[in-house]
Ligand binder design. Structure first.
Ligand code: F6R
Length: 244
């Protein structure tokens, strides 16, 4: 657990953790697991600076997203696919054709379920080197809301009222926020060789303390990181303020 003085320093610590994790890959091109939301933006910008300085290169890397909204096409402005094209691909230079996102759009629930299973298989085959994670105020990672099975795989999950309210800032009001997502499961996330969990701000302090110092429990899905042998948690002082 690394405690940075502020969000800017947290981005630097996280960039180091990501680049070291990628560098330890023995064969093939780097595979990055990526999160959306506000938290990783500082990291993406820090990585972009390293690319500009010639210290990092993502032109051969592929990226796998944690989650996507159900009901939004990958071309929809608020879809996580479009968000990652703008906030990740165009910033650090991952090629759009190498960006993989779950597909939450389809004619039927069965189709979306099948797409989720196919994504999970693709993820397993690719082998994520480093998974970047944010944490929800309710302890979710990806969109694995409290109550998610610790061994879960990529599937449809209903979003809690709290998560929809937290994410309403990206939409035209709460009613426009989708009710469901397709998310990598907790078991899928644990397959990555390294996890880098970032949290900044006092609103994350409770979730961080419960995840890191509380019991391993589906009530706090982020507590599954306790099971992983290679986890770097990067916090700012505010997010770390409830740790013992
Ligand atoms: C995003 C994701 C979520 C976010 C979490 C924190 O792909 O999977 O778990 O990481 O909701 O969101 P922010 O960073 O916006 O506070």
């Amino acid at each position: 657990v690394l405690i940075a003085a502020n969000a800017e320093e947290a981005a630097t610590f996280a960039a180091e953790a990501v680049l070291h994790g990628l560098a330890s890959r023995k064969t093939g091109n780097p595979v990055l697991g990526v999160a959306t939301g506000s938290t990783p933006l500082g990291l993406y910008s820090e990585l972009a600076q390293r690319v500009a300085r010639g210290e990092a290169d993502f032109s051969s890397a592929s990226a796998y997203a944690l989650d996507e909204y159900v009901g939004l096409e990958g071309t929809h402005e608020q879809s996580y696919r479009q968000t990652l094209i703008t906030e990740l691909c165009q910033v650090i230079g991952v090629k759009e054709e190498n960006l993989h996102t779950p597909n939450g759009f389809g004619d039927s629930e069965e189709q979306i379920i099948a797409q989720a299973a196919a994504y999970d298989a693709q993820l397993t085959e690719a082998g994520v080197d480093v998974q970047i994670l944010g944490i929800g105020t309710n302890g979710h990672i990806g969109f694995n809301e409290p109550g998610s099975s610790l061994g879960s795989r990529t599937r449809i999950k209903r979003l809690t009222g709290q998560t929809r309210a937290d994410n309403a800032r990206f939409f035209d009001g709460l009613d426009a926020v989708p009710t469901h997502s397709v998310t990598q499961g907790l078991g899928s996330i644990l397959q990555a060789r390294r996890l880098v969990l970032i949290a900044t701000g006092s609103q994350k302090a409770d979730a961080v303390a419960t995840a890191l110092e509380g019991a391993l429990s589906a009530a706090c899905p982020a507590s599954v990181v306790q099971l992983h042998p290679d986890v770097v948690v990067v916090l700012d002082e505010a997010a770390a303020s409830n740790l013992k």
